[in-house]
Structure formats: C-alpha cells, structure tokens
Design a protein around this ligand. Structure first.
Ligand code: NAD
Ligand code: UFG
Length: 347
C-alpha cells in the first residue's frame, strides 16, 4: 500500500520540489496551500514531473475546520510542514502577521494531527534560528538567537514541537534547519518564483541575467570574509528535497534538529562569477551599504544529517546556478509568463 503524505505549502518553492521527489517514490502526495506566495501552475508542473497526480486543496491553514476536513478525507501517514511566511524584512514591518500565520497555522496543524492520530512530522526550520553565529561551521548544538520576527517564529515553533514531543512519546518530529536553498528542477519547468523584487541573492542575480533588472546591489564588500562580501552555504533545492525524504524515512520518537547544508562557503562575488560563466551574460553590480541584520558568514556543519539521516548535499554551485538559469530563461516571468525567451527571439 502506498504511503500518503500531507505537504503543507506544497505549491511553494521547496515544497513543490519535495512533492516531486515524493511522487517519484510512488507516495500519494496531498498538498494544502492557500497560494498566498505561489501559483496553481506549480501543481500542474508537479503532476507532470512526478509521474503521478498529487491531490491539491486550496485552503488556508488558519482555517482549522477546512484542515480537519483534509485529515478526514485522506489516510494521512505523515506531514511535511512548509507553509508559512518567510520574508525577513516583511516580518519586521508586519510582525503580527508573521506570528499569527506561522504560529497559529502550526498549532492548527499539530492539533489536527493529534486528533487524527498522525504523529510523524518534518518541519521547515531555518538557519536563521542561529542568528549571528559564534561558531563556524555551525553545529546543531550552537546557541539559538534569531534576530528578527520571522526567525523568532521558527524558534518558537521548534520549542512548541520539542515540548509536544516531550509530553507525548507518540510524536516523531524532525526540525530541518535549511541554509540557503537555490537551484531549480533540472527540467527547467519548476523553480523559485518570488513575487515583486526578490529579497534573495540568486533570484535577484537571475533576474539581472535575464534582463528584468538593471544591476545587482552588493550589500557590502567590507565584511570579514576573504573577498569582503557575505559568505553563505548554498544548497540545491533537489538536495534539500531528498533531505526531507531521508528525514521522513528515519523519524524516531521525540524531536530532533538537523542542519541541511553543504558545509561549503560561497561569497556574493563567487555567485556573480559563476552566474556569468553559466549564463554567458555579464552581471553589472554596484557595492552599496550593508543590509541591516545581515551577517558576514553562515555555514552549516551538516555532519549530524550526514550520519543520522544518511544524507549528503552533493550538487555543486555550478549545477545549482545552471539549473536556476534553465528555469529563469525558460520562464523569464516565472509561472505568470509561459512565453519562452526563444519564442520571443524567434518572434
Ligand atoms: P514559499 O513561500 O515558496 O512556500 C511557502 C508556501 O506556503 C507558499 O506556497 C504559500 O502560498 C504557502 N502558505 C503561506 N501561508 C499559508 C497559509 N496560511 N495556509 C496555507 N498555505 C500557506 O517558501 P519556500 O522557500 O518554499 O519555503 C518553505 C518553508 O521553508 C517556509 O516555512 C520557509 O520559512 C522555510 N525556509 C525557507 C528558506 C528559503 O530561503 N527559501 C530558508 C529556510 C527556511
Ligand atoms: N545579497 C546581496 N544583494 C542582494 C541580495 C543579497 O549582496 O540583492 C547578499 C547578502 O548580503 C548575503 C548574501 O547575498 O551576504 C545572501 O543573501 P540572501 O538574502 O540570499 O540570503 P540570507 O542568508 O540573507 O537569508 C536567507 C533567507 C532567510 C534565511 C537564511 C538562512 O532569506 O530567510 O537564508 O536560511 F533565514
């Protein structure tokens, strides 16, 4: 009998790639998403790429009754919880929206899981829970200290999960702390589709490469790093997706945390150079002031996930950016524009 996995936020960037990875393993995927930051076209792409149809319910996780109906309608074995708001800057502007959405939707989910005797959960946490790290690379045992409301919602949800699992040993929970997810499905049919001006480096650079934006602003070249620009641990979204599958397969009673990263640091200038290589397009940039709240370096110690989840992120930065570019150049305006660059050129 095939497993049934509920994927909240499955129309979004990481959720959609994970849904494909699950469908490829013949899992029945049930997606709930309110499409607040995603498109129904992602669901069509998952169906095409995964080789079997997912079940999609367009609902808001804040609607506990609608969520309860989903649990009643399907024999759910486990949940991967991606849904939530994720923009750091917006969370500073609208903290109550972030606390309400991220915390209450998780509470509704945990309540419905317990009420329906579902105890297996994989949760999208973030390296942001570490704040400005004191130890590099960062182990899971490093002190937590998020510096913005978004990060605090992740920290609070982690605490809620740890407390729930301590009180009831039926829970089996993995908290996955992602470092910097980039890349796209190698088909070029599924990728990151940020609304408005991208906050993150790679989507922004890709939009410069495709001609949607004039130049990149590099947020400081006076950081304490080799070339002065910020260093991050970029991880291919497909490696992240397989990390979720490994975590699901290896859930144990209680609640445990895992860093999902490569352990390799890459600077802003490294990204610019690699994008120029893979796209053949020169990337104009200017160095501007540091972005408030940024840190010099974020780097995972992924050894716990390597050992306990028997998982490793091995796709290179070259592959990440080549795959991002295939998606971006096939879909210059993301899911909103099915026009292809080649078609434009021919026309
Ligand atoms: P995303 O915005 O692409 O996906 C999140 C999905 O959740 C979207 O499809 C959105 O429509 C949906 N959603 C939001 N609020 C909802 C609600 N109330 N009810 C139902 N659906 C709702 O984001 P992503 O990059 O795929 O991130 C997935 C998860 O991973 C998030 O929890 C995010 O905080 C976390 N994370 C992301 C990153 C990153 O850099 N992308 C890093 C660390 C952690
Ligand atoms: N950067 C620029 N110009 C830009 C955007 C970013 O120079 O236009 C720089 C940043 O200063 C940083 C690096 O590129 O040095 C990466 O920045 P991102 O915004 O892509 O990523 P962050 O590490 O700042 O943050 C991301 C997510 C957070 C998450 C964190 C850790 O946005 O939500 O990774 O997972 F918490």
């Amino acid at each position: 009998m095939s497993e049934t996995i509920l994927v909240t936020g499955g129309a979004g960037y990481i959720g959609s790639h994970t849904a494909v990875a699950l469908a490829e393993r013949d899992v029945q995927v049930v997606i709930v998403d309110n499409l607040a930051n995603s498109s129904a076209k992602a669901i069509e792409a998952i169906d095409r790429l995964g080789g079997r149809r997912v079940i999609f319910h367009e609902i808001d996780l804040l609607d506990a009754d609608a969520l309860g109906d989903v649990f009643q309608a399907h024999p759910i074995d486990a949940v991967i919880h991606f849904a939530g708001l994720k923009a750091v800057g917006e969370s500073v502007e609208k903290p109550l929206d972030y606390y309400r959405t991220n915390l209450l939707s998780t509470m509704n989910l945990l309540d419905q899981m317990a009420a329906n005797d579902v105890w297996d959960l994989v949760f999208s946490s973030s390296a942001t829970v570490y704040g400005d790290p004191k130890i590099l690379p960062i182990p899971e045992t490093a002190p937590l200290g998020p510096t913005n409301p978004y990060g605090r919602t992740k920290h609070m949800i982690e605490d809620i999960c740890r407390d729930a699992a301590a009180a009831d040993r039926r829970w089996r929970i993995s908290l996955l702390r992602y470092f910097n997810p980039v890349g796209a499905h190698p088909s070029g049919e599924l990728g990151e589709d940020p609304r408005g001006i991208p906050n993150n480096l790679v989507p922004f650079v890709m939009q410069v490469a495709v001609g949607r934006r004039e130049r990149l602003s590099v947020f400081g070249d006076d950081w304490e790093t080799d070339d002065g620009t910020g260093v991050r641990d970029y991880i291919h979204v497909l490696d992240l997706a397989s990390g979720h599958v490994s975590a699901l397969d290896r859930l144990e009673p209680g609640c445990d945390e895992f860093n999902l990263g490569t352990g390799t640091g890459v600077s802003v200038f490294d990204i610019v150079k690699t994008v120029e290589n893979v796209t053949g397009v020169s990337i104009p940039y200017e160095v501007v002031d540091r972005r408030p709240g940024d840190i010099a370096t974020s780097l995972a110690d992924p050894s716990k996930a390597n050992e306990k989840l028997e998982w490793r992120a091995d796709r290179s930065v070259d592959t990440m950016l080549t795959d991002s570019w295939r998606w971006q150049s096939n879909h210059p305006n993301g899911f909103n524009d099915e026009q292809h660059l080649t078609a434009e050129a021919e026309g």
